[in-house]
Design a protein around this ligand. Structure first.
Ligand code: F6P
Length: 326
């Protein structure tokens, strides 16, 4: 029997729902392609500490419906130092690993570019995985759909109590520096206000509109704000002082990162991993699997991790209608 080549996978940075589905596909598709799959636990930290082991079907049985990642993740500070990266490369070599797939965000992709420069004979492939959906070059990152559905459920529930009391709720969504989660959540849950860093807003415009709506019978407000703006407290105060409505703040926090992955995220996990493995087998040595309406394609790390993500202009236009035109 010919020597089976070894392929490994790790999760890095914030976990997302759909990572376990990706691990399942990874094991099953690797074996189908004649490769031997390995798991690296705890991201780049585990790579440094040699937490690498061969994976089989039993390791991925029953995990598809679980959020988070069975193989743990980390944000590794040691990986910034060359001495630890050398350990990581030596560990990969000691297991004869020829391909490494990394699920993570742009920081993790910069990490694999450095690893690629400092090693020989190992191919790297990145799969965009972050609820923030803030990676340039791809229209979708694994985990976003599940996070949006968690937020949708939370906002729908908050609306029940907001309407019962006639209050304003300021709901803070994650996204790091990017307003994508907040914008899509505000639009799809019918929020009255949406504040994100990508769209300048005028509170006076909102005030004008809200006063008119109150006269017409509006009794409560839902405001979705991006964590990037760090102004939830200020906006809650504004509702009390300027609009005259009692307010509450809900910081959704890490609940947005967990939960049973949606069908879409499970399917996307399958497609991302299939494309990553196919690319590596076809000779891609250091690329990111990106998604657009035209399908999946491989892009260089320079085109992904070193460019700024821009929210789609049609979505931004919808967002502009909030504090401006209406
Ligand atoms: O990048 C994902 C994310 O959940 C961001 O939305 C958030 O700002 C950050 O991670 C939180 O990081 P931590 O889990 O380290 O608190």
């Amino acid at each position: 029997m010919p020597n089976r080549k070894n392929i490994a996978i790790l999760c890095s940075g914030g976990d997302v729902s759909g990572m376990n589905a990706a691990l399942k596909r990874f094991v099953e598709y690797s074996i189908a392609k004649g490769l031997t799959p390995y798991f690296v636990e705890s991201g780049f930290e585990g790579l440094i500490d040699n937490k690498i082991y061969q994976a089989g079907y039993s390791d991925v049985a029953g995990i598809i419906s679980r959020g988070g990642t069975k193989i743990y993740t980390s944000r590794s500070k040691r990986f910034m130092e060359q001495v630890y990266r050398k350990k990581a490369i030596d560990n990969l070599k000691s297991h004869q690993i020829e391909h490494l797939i990394v699920l993570g965000g742009d920081g993790s992709f910069k990490g694999i570019q450095v690893l690629n420069n400092e090693s020989e004979g190992i191919g790297f492939s990145g799969i965009p995985s972050t609820i923030d959906n803030d990676i340039a070059g791809t229209e979708y990152c694994l985990g976003v759909d599940t996070a949006l559905n968690v937020i949708k459920y939370a906002i729908d529930s908050i609306r029940d109590t907001a309407s019962s009391f006639g209050r304003a709720f300021v709901i803070e969504a994650m996204g790091r520096e990017c307003g994508y989660l907040a914008l899509v959540s505000a639009l799809t849950s019918g929020a009255e206000m949406c504040l994100i860093p990508e769209i300048p807003y005028k509170l006076d415009k909102y005030k004008e509109r809200f006063e008119k709506e109150i006269k017409e019978g509006r009794e409560y407000f839902i405001a979705v704000v991006s964590e990037a703006l760090k102004n939830s407290e200020e906006i809650a105060q504004w509702f009390e002082k300027e609009i005259g409505v009692e307010s509450r703040i809900t910081v959704l926090g890490h609940i947005q990162r967990g939960g049973n992955p949606t069908v879409y995220d499970r399917l996307m996990a399958f497609h991302f991993v299939t494309n990553a493995i196919d690319g590596l087998l076809e000779g891609e040595t250091c690329s990111i699997v990106c998604y657009s309406a035209c399908g999946f394609h491989h892009k260089s790390i320079d085109d992904v991790a070193f460019k700024k993500y821009q929210i789609d202009s049609d979505l931004l236009k919808l967002g502009m209608e909030y504090g401006h035109a209406r």
